[in-house]
Design a protein around this ligand. Structure first.
Ligand code: CS2
Ligand code: MG
Length: 402
């Protein structure tokens, strides 16, 4: 079997998506997500100028050898752009292999380990009342787990909060918008938010929260401690994770579970946190960490330390990534939870998919491959439009983590 062609499809049905499509001499093709929010065109160039020409003529069944060729063979290893490009190719090859085997991808991985996949939705609001209302709406839709993000008095624009009633999309300007942040105001207010949510909804719903890399280790330790009475499912990205040792300090002070990894792109980014049991969930995703081939290694390594998966699943990860992630979630023994920010109807028109939502859980569907496809004619109707993520500053102007 040979790869006879490979291309990148860039489309913007409300936001930019990058899709890799690989065609074989037996008429079977596969697709993979290669979307990196705010840097899409860099990944497109990496694919079109380098990786895709190297694919032509290869046997698509040699998934591992192709992964090693692109990882070890490139000299300049790792990094979000390279690993996202490799991920797009890797998922397309797994899609081809499962189609060749005439089975859903989860069967090829080892069969399902559960009947259904727990997901969490986002409940956010510019103030406490609108956040409580968002939790009500998520519960009405059947979600058993919600991520709570609430505007903080005195902070003009908060990450994770949708504008008016539109879906949340942080890459909302051609060049970066600047936002202002106060850890003090946030730390003072956030316990009130969870107190109000638990008072209204009790403890039968899982609550998650994303600190989004904003705090110092001791501040994160304090917030983790302050939130203990509200028994969070997890507190996410409490601090930037370049210095993984700093998680020891957080761990010493709080039992609030920690989830990290959506910005990681290699097993080497996760190793210290996992082997020192400084986190409880690993969020590294298929699209940003080199695809299924590397994610299997990360998940297996995490299982040695009782760390469970909790994949990133924001709308800037395309339905192709969601589809592949759900097959992975169906199989992976140490599954934790899957993030689900619903894509818009316009996006779902471009990407047909087999996965289904039912009462707070997903199933990946029984279509062969990962079950997601792209309507290229429709995709062509939505040309790429540059959009960058915001940049963040403290109130005194210091550049800070967004
Ligand atoms: C967030 C993301 O979903 C999450 O946990 O961290 O929305 C993140 O801000 C975006 O994916 C960045 O593109
Ligand atoms: Mg996050």
């Amino acid at each position: 079997m040979k790869i006879v062609d490979a291309k990148v499809i860039v489309t913007c049905p409300g936001r930019n998506f990058v899709t890799v499509k690989i065609m074989t001499d037996q008429g079977i093709y596969g697709i993979g997500d290669a979307t990196l929010n705010g840097r899409e065109k860099s990944v497109v160039s990496y694919l079109e100028d380098y990786l895709l020409p190297m694919l032509i003529g290869r046997d698509p069944q040699q998934i591992e050898d192709i992964w090693q060729y692109f990882y070890r063979g490139v000299y300049w290893r790792r990094g979000p752009i390279g690993m996202t490009a490799i991920a797009g190719i890797d998922v397309a090859l797994w899609d081809i292999k499962a189609k060749l085997a005439n089975m859903p991808l989860y069967q090829l991985l080892g069969g399902r380990s559960r009947d259904r996949i727990l997901v969490y939705s986002h409940a956010n609001g510019k103030d406490l009342d609108s956040t409580l209302d968002a939790v009500r709406k998520a519960k009405e839709k059947g979600y058993k787990a919600v991520r709570i993000q609430c505007g903080v008095p005195g902070i003009a624009k908060m990450y994770g909060i949708a504008k008016s009633n539109k879906a949340y999309e942080p890459a909302d300007s051609d060049l970066p918008m600047e936002e202002s942040w106060s850890s003090e105001k946030y730390m003072k207010f956030i316990p009130e938010v969870f107190d109000a949510v638990r008072k209204e909804f009790g403890y039968d719903i899982h609550l998650l929260h994303d600190v989004h890399h904003r705090l110092t280790p001791i501040e994160a330790a304090r917030v983790g401690k302050d939130l203990e009475p509200y028994r969070l499912f997890w507190m996410e990205d409490p601090v930037p994770a370049e210095n993984q040792e700093s998680f020891k300090l957080i761990r010493q002070h709080t039992t609030t579970p920690l989830a990290v990894g959506e910005v990681f792109n290699s097993i080497h980014d996760c190793r210290e946190l996992i082997q020192n049991q400084m986190i409880d969930y690993i969020r590294t995703t298929i699209v940003h960490a080199g695809g299924i081939t590397q994610l299997r290694r990360i998940a297996d390594f995490a299982s040695l330390y009782n760390v469970r998966t909790g994949f990133h699943g924001a709308t800037d990860l395309s339905p192709v990534c969601m589809g592949a992630a759900l097959h992975f979630d169906y199989w992976v023994p140490n599954f934790g939870i899957q993030e689900h920010m619903a894509h818009s109807p316009q996006m779902e028109e471009v990407f047909t998919r087999a996965y289904e939502f039912n009462d707070g859980y997903f199933t990946p569907g029984e279509k062969i491959g990962h079950g997601v496809d792209i309507d290229e004619k429709l995709a062509a109707k939505y040309p790429y439009k540059r959009a960058c993520l915001p940049v963040n500053r403290l109130e005194d102007g210091t550049l800070w983590h967004w």
